[in-house]
Ligand binder design. Structure first.
Ligand code: ZN
Length: 626
């Protein structure tokens, strides 16, 4: 390996000052200037060899060679040191885009990862086998190679992998969709460090997971060991995230606690952002474990880390308090949103009494809605009132979509609350002229959703400048033509009332298998057409309606998941003991009733079940019955 390759720690063919400083020692800045001929802050390979040519001309060949020798010795010494191992390890990051592509491939195409697959299983079934031949870390095998990471993500291997991925998405972009195209270029470019992809598992503990590579292993305390270098890796990061799991087990793992401790004592300290979701039980009765309850795979690690924590100022008690504060704040925010969803005005009020700072917080798991926007969207009048009385900001808009609370009030899920919500918001001086990303005022949304005659619309008519123009535009826009923007709006949980009258119903969409997607609704059973299995349902008006609705639905799905290819849609409805299935051929517009005895379906059903539900879209069955 030549000197340049050794110096270029993250192998990006650009030597920066920090990389050179690791080897040159004193005078690194001066030497850097000498080597960076075009003064762009990066030394390329050409610049490097040109500079050595110059040294050779100035000092003679032997002096140049001895300088090079000296540098090589430093490189070797460094690479053999703990700091060198940490430097190498901390260069093995990945971008959010690479991670989402990984999910796309392993989850959607190869079906190796489902909603229940744990991170440990991903390591055992994907990371280890796919890196065995090369004996390297997984980041080295990613298309495009490893990236220099900004954020270390702490997590627990027992957590489900997709929870971890969603937590990273949330950290990067304040939303948790698993599809690359839902993110901007800048969001996809954000970089992360995860032990499972950075550590060379074949030099660590792959033999515990059935790997027979026979590579030498290095345990804690060994200079070549990677897993005890995480604190050194952490010191090279510019931020820190923590992926919670449903039961908060993450906070009982000693290596996670060690990372938290290192983040706190880095200079400057790194604030840890808690991401991910916790269970309803934890939401209702959050108990953040003490560091003394921590668990480790190896007792020695546990003792070492606890001793380090205890030796800090304030010791264990102080550490526990800090972790609790961080975790409880995040949990309290989730709980506040849960109260809004359930319309619990009094409980929400009590929560905000204790934590007034949550009042205008955005939901980082959804679309950046505030509590007020969410309450307006669901039409919980007492909650809207409670929030406004506490001074919630009516002027805020969501980051991506530009929806204000008034826009959400205009497309309120609860028709009975439409006018009341809008009246409260207008009284609180919400701006009726505010435009969302579609260039629409709340009035226009209200006309589209509830019509011009609705009481709520009338309130907006009186308050909105240029009201008649907005109404005219709304009339021109009525009638559903699946447009990308409509689908985006749908993704935003804000489709028009004509298809959203039952927001409590969750439709699960499953990924396409053999050109077919499935929409599963567990509560509602539609009309019986009285046909036998696999017979085309005659052209009853109801059957036509179902086909048309399915085509509209498919248009939305195609927009949202453009990589999916499918030509038919299975609608599955299950009442207690009586599941019903319909298959809609989307191109021919044919509807067939199918039953559980359909062999092909049974096989497919198993595949679907194994791969579990890919995503849940809150929408109404009315969407299928316009
Ligand atoms: Zn191995």
């Amino acid at each position: 390996m030549d000197v340049y390759t050794k110096l270029d720690l993250n192998a990006d063919n650009k030597l920066v000052l920090a990389e050179l400083a690791a080897f040159v020692g004193e005078g690194a800045a001066a030497r850097f200037k000498q080597l960076d001929i075009d003064e762009d802050g990066k030394i390329t390979r050409t610049e490097f060899s040109d500079a050595f040519g110059r040294i050779e001309r100035e000092l003679g060949q032997s002096a140049a060679i001895s300088e090079l020798d000296e540098m090589l010795q430093r490189v070797d010494a460094y690479n053999a040191s703990s700091e060198g191992v940490a430097a190498e390890l901390s260069s093995k990051g990945f971008s959010l885009g690479q991670l989402l592509d990984f999910v796309q491939e392993k989850c959607h195409e190869q079906k190796l990862i489902s909603e229940t697959t744990t991170t440990l299983e991903v390591v055992r079934n994907i990371v280890i086998p796919e890196t065995q031949a090369a004996g390297c870390c997984y980041a080295d095998t990613l298309p495009g190679g490893p990236r220099t990471p900004q954020t270390l993500m702490s997590h627990w291997w027992g957590n489900t992998f997709l929870h971890l991925v969603r937590a990273i998405c949330e950290h990067a972009a304040g939303k948790n969709e698993l599809f690359p195209h839902m993110y901007t270029q800048a969001e996809r470019a954000k970089t992360y460090w995860l032990c499972i992809f950075a550590v060379n598992q074949h030099a660590a503990a792959c033999h515990f997971m059935g790997c027979s590579c026979g590579c030498p292993k290095f345990g804690s305390g060994d200079v070549k060991c990677q897993v005890d270098k995480f604190p050194r890796v952490m010191r090279r990061m510019s931020s820190h995230g923590l992926a919670m799991d449903l039961q908060l087990r993450t906070l009982t793992r000693v290596w996670v606690l060690s990372e938290l401790e290192t983040a706190m004592h880095s200079s400057p300290p790194l604030a840890t952002k808690f991401c991910g979701v916790v269970s309803t039980e934890i939401l209702e009765r959050p108990e953040v474990p003490s560091v003394l309850q921590a668990e480790a795979s190896f007792e020695a690690d546990r003792e070492l880390i606890l001793t380090a924590i205890a030796s800090n100022e304030g010791g264990v008690a102080q550490f526990d308090r800090l972790i609790q504060t961080m975790a409880l704040r995040e949990i309290a925010l989730m709980r506040a949103f849960a109260f809004v969803l359930r319309g619990e005005a009094a409980l929400l009020g009590a929560e905000l009494q204790q934590r007034p700072e949550l009042l205008d917080s955005a939901d980082s798991k959804g679309r950046g809605e505030t509590l007020l926007m969410r309450a307006a969207r669901y039409g919980h009048v007492p909650v809207v009132r409670e929030l406004l009385e506490r001074g919630a900001d009516v002027g805020l808009a969501t980051r991506g979509m530009g929806f204000t609370a008034l826009h959400y009030g205009a497309i309120c899920f609860n028709p009975g609350a439409h006018a009341d919500v809008l009246e409260l918001l207008l009284q609180a001086r919400a701006e009726p002229g505010a435009l969302n990303c579609f260039g629409r005022t709340a009035l226009e949304e209200s006309v589209l959703a509830f019509g011009e005659e609705a009481l709520g619309t009338q309130l907006l008519l009186g308050a909105t400048p240029d009201a008649q123009q907005a109404v005219a535009r709304a009339h021109a826009a009525t009638g559903f033509t699946p447009q990308p923007r409509d689908a985006e709006l749908f993704a935003h949980g804000a489709l028009r009332q004509d298809s959203w009258s039952r927001p409590d119903i969750v439709l699960s969409i499953k990924q396409p298998i053999d050109g077919e997607i499935a929409a599963f609704n567990p509560w509602v059973k539609p009309i019986e057409f009285g046909t036998v299995a696999n017979e085309i349902v005659p052209n009853y008006p109801q059957a036509r309606t179902l086909v048309t609705a399915s085509q509209r639905f498919a248009a939305y799905v195609r927009y949202r998941w453009p990589l999916w290819e499918f030509t038919s849609l299975v609608l599955q409805y299950t009442t207690e003991n009586d599941p019903a299935f319909y298959r809609v051929d989307l191109e021919r517009g044919e509807l067939r009733q199918i039953n559980r005895g359909d062999e092909k379906l049974t096989v497919k059903q198993q595949i679907y079940d194994e791969n579990s539900v890919l995503t849940k879209v809150q929408c109404s069955i009315r969407m299928l019955y316009p």
